[in-house]
Design a protein around this ligand. Structure first.
Ligand SMILES: *Cc1c(COP(=O)(O)O)cnc(C)c1O
Length: 428
């Protein structure tokens, strides 16, 4: 006999929690935690100091830089340590704007970037820069020709993310990069979600700058990277000492730099195997959810997406109630919303791919990782349909639909690739 909603909720207490939010952050690998513990104890020197402890720390830092450079197939001098992905995005964008403002004040980006990019752009707009926000298609992909059409004589920078953190779509950066090269315009790409999950080679991608973050690839929070191609000139964001070749002040976080090198090497060593494994889990999850839950659509591209990302919209579900129930059932997931706590605004990414606000609100992001298992997917495919059914039973929208006064925008059989034009039209 099938378990009921109440039975499943009770049973979930006896099971380990299931973490399905790897796009938000990841649990550091045990080997990385060991590295951190050892270095915190044994290597506390300041790399700028002129005695053995300092020299040793400097050596460790440069060794980490070289190992990371080797992983990306770039020169060590092109790798800069920062405090996080957000700092790297801010530095690349504001640093380019400051260094090149005499040449031009036009920047091109997309409507689906991370807030670290979008809010940096808004800050520059307040300083008089002109920013073009390119639209993506209903799958979340940017057509490269749109970049060419948007380029102007005064364009100094193009910033397009490599993989989206909400819907997982992977952009054609290599083509966009060659368009930028031809025009002599710098390309920055936020590669935070891509690194460790799919191959990232800044040279092959024709990218001049790329941002990365440790905690998205099983290293600790508080360390990021900026790849900056040799010869690319940008201004400092963090003024201070002479660290990072005088380009980023602040005592270097040697411990976390080494932890990041370790995590990155391990991710690359596993990448082929993990990418296959997570893609298979993801696809079983996607097909299972669409088959079991009526009026459900997949957001993003069916194939051009990160191996670990699934993002769904369930019609006739209001707000973030789905996350609260999933939490009670033992799952850590995320909504499509920009901010899960304070703001009730629907996600800018889901709106950008054409979802009406009502549907964007009933969205769910599930992101898998190296610790995700088949058994976890089995549990999820039992629990999620029960939760959605319960929420729909409580939803006035669903009863309106049942009474025939509200149309459905997502077909009952569900969809992997659905373009929704306009909303219900009654909400405003
Ligand atoms: C997480 C994330 C960031 C921010 O990185 P932090 O290290 O958390 O500051 C930037 N861009 C993308 C795409 C991300 O997923």
């Amino acid at each position: 006999m099938n378990s009921t909603f109440e039975e499943r909720m009770r049973e979930s207490v006896n099971r380990p929690r299931i973490y399905f939010d790897h796009a938000a952050t990841t649990l550091p690998r045990p080997e990385v935690i060991d590295t951190v513990a050892t270095l915190l104890k044994e290597s506390y020197g300041n790399p700028s100091s002129f005695y053995q402890e300092g020299h040793r720390a400097a050596e460790l830092l440069e060794d980490a830089r070289a190992r990371i450079a080797a992983c990306l197939d770039v020169h060590p001098e092109e790798i800069f340590f920062t405090s996080c992905g957000t700092e790297s995005d801010n530095w690349a964008i504001k640093g380019t704007a400051d260094a090149h403002r005499r040449r031009g004040r036009h920047i091109i980006t997309t409507t689906i970037e991370h807030h670290a990019v979008l809010h940096s752009m808004e800050a520059l707009e307040r300083e008089g820069f002109d920013v073009t926000y390119l639209d993506v298609d209903h799958r979340g992909i940017l057509e490269p020709e749109k970049v060419r059409e948007a380029l102007r004589d005064d364009t100094i920078l193009v910033s397009v993310m490599m993989a989206n953190n909400e819907i997982g779509t992977i952009q054609p950066i290599k083509v966009i990069g060659s368009i930028c090269r031809e025009a002599g315009v710098l390309l920055h790409s936020d590669g935070v979600q891509a690194l460790g999950a799919i191959p990232v080679n800044p040279n092959e991608l024709n990218a001049d700058m790329m941002s990365f973050s440790g905690h998205k690839l099983y290293a600790p929070k508080g360390i990021g990277l900026l790849y900056k191609r040799k010869g690319v000139r940008i201004d400092r964001l963090i003024d201070g000492g002479a660290q990072e070749k005088r380009q980023r002040g602040g005592t270097e976080n040697v411990t976390y730099a080494v932890a990041l090198a370790k995590a990155l090497e391990m991710s690359l060593a596993d990448m082929e195997k993990e990418s296959k494994r997570q893609t298979a889990l993801r696809d079983r999850l996607i097909h299972g959810v669409i088959e079991r839950i009526p009026h459900t659509k997949l957001n993003g591209h069916a194939t051009e997406r990160l191996p670990n990302n699934a993002n769904f919209s369930f019609e006739f579900i209001e707000g973030e109630s789905i996350l609260l129930f999933l939490d009670k059932f033992g799952y850590a997931c995320s909504s499509g919303s920009a901010c899960t706590s304070a703001s009730l605004d629907p996600s800018h990414v889901l709106l950008a791919i054409g979802l009406p606000a009502e549907i964007a609100h009933g969205s769910l992001r599930v992101t898998l990782g190296i610790d995700s298992t088949d058994e976890q997917i089995n549990h999820f495919l039992i629990d999620l349909p029960l939760i959605v059914e319960r929420l729909r039973d409580m939803s006035p929208l669903y009863s309106d639909y049942k009474r025939g006064v509200l149309p459905s925008l997502i077909p009952e059989e569900g969809s992997l690739d659905l373009e929704i034009a306009g909303g219900y039209g009654w909400s405003s």
